[in-house]
Ligand binder design. Structure first.
Ligand code: SF4
Length: 231
C-alpha cells in the first residue's frame, strides 16, 4: 500500500516536471524530488512507528553510520539520480578529490562490467563513494535503492560479507519492509515516468553510470533529447 502510494506520487510528480520541458540543468531535481517525496512519506510514519509499530510492520533497523557491509552491492539507478550525484560532486568537491574518485570509479567500473547482482557482490567491489571512515560521502543525495537497503541484523550482514558467494536469498539478511517498500516504490514511479517519456530509464550499475556522467557533463543534454547515452 505504502509502496504503491510512493510509486504513484513520484510518477505523477516526475511526469508533471517532464511535461514542463525541463532544462538539462534541472534534471537532478527529478531525483531530488523523488527522494524528498519518499523521505516525507517515511517521516510521516514516525509517530505510528513509536506508538503502534506492529500496525505498520515496523521493526527498527540496525544500520549505523560507518557500517558499510551493504555498500558492496550493485546499485540500480535512474539517469536523474546519476546526474544529481555528478552535479553534487562537481559543486562541492575539490578537484583533487574528484580526481581521486575518478580513479576509483575507473577501477570499480572495469571490475564490474557485465557482472550480475550475485557476481558483483561476490567480487567485493567497494563503492567508490565510501569515504576513509567507511561513510557514504554523498549521503544527502544517495540513490533511492541505497535508501531502500536496510538490515534488522548487522550480524547477518557481516556473515554475508564473509561468505559473499552465497546467493542473496540464502544470506538471511532481514529488512524493514516498510522502508524498503517506500523507497522501492519511489524508484518504480520515477523509472516508469522516465520510460513513458521515451528516455533511457534504468541503469543497472551505479558505478559504471557515474563514471560516465562525471566525465561528460554533456550527457544530461543528450539524455534529455532521448539518446541512449549510458552503456
Ligand atoms: S552511494 Fe553511498 S550508500 Fe550507496 S552504495 Fe555507495 S557509499 Fe553506500
Amino acid at each position: 500500500m505504502l509502496r504503491a502510494k510512493a510509486w504513484r506520487a513520484v510518477r505523477v510528480a516526475t511526469e508533471s516536471r517532464l511535461s514542463g520541458g525541463p532544462s538539462p540543468e534541472e534534471l537532478p531535481r527529478l531525483a531530488q524530488e523523488a527522494a524528498q517525496l519518499a523521505e516525507t512519506a517515511l517521516a510521516s510514519l514516525a509517530p505510528r512507528a513509536i506508538e503502534d509499530p506492529r500496525a505498520i510492520g515496523w521493526q527498527v533497523p540496525n544500520c549505523r553510520p560507518g557500517c558499510h557491509f551493504c555498500c558492496y552491492e550493485q546499485v540500480n539507478v535512474t539517469p536523474p539520480e546519476v546526474f544529481s550525484l555528478a552535479d553534487h560532486i562537481r559543486a562541492n568537491w575539490s578537484e583533487g578529490r574528484i580526481r581521486s574518485l575518478r580513479k576509483k570509479l575507473t577501477a570499480a567500473a572495469s571490475l564490474s562490467r557485465g557482472l550480475d547482482h550475485e557476481a558483483y557482490f561476490a567480487a567485493r567491489i567497494r563503492c567508490p563513494l565510501l569515504d576513509s571512515e567507511d561513510r557514504c560521502s554523498v549521503y544527502a543525495v544517495r540513490p533511492l535503492m541505497c535508501r531502500a537497503y536496510n538490515s534488522l541484523d548487522v550480524a547477518a550482514c557481516e556473515r554475508a560479507a564473509k561468505n559473499p558467494s552465497k546467493p542473496a536469498h540464502q544470506r538471511g539478511v532481514r529488512t524493514n519492509g516498510t522502508i524498503h517498500g517506500i523507497m522501492d516504490g519511489a524508484f518504480g514511479g520515477l523509472k516508469e515516468a522516465l520510460g513513458k517519456s521515451g528516455r533511457q530509464e534504468f541503469l543497472p550499475n551505479l558505478v559504471v553510470a557515474l563514471h560516465q556522467a562525471l566525465d561528460n557533463p554533456e550527457l544530461q543534454r543528450r539524455w534529455l533529447a532521448g539518446k541512449q547515452v549510458f552503456q
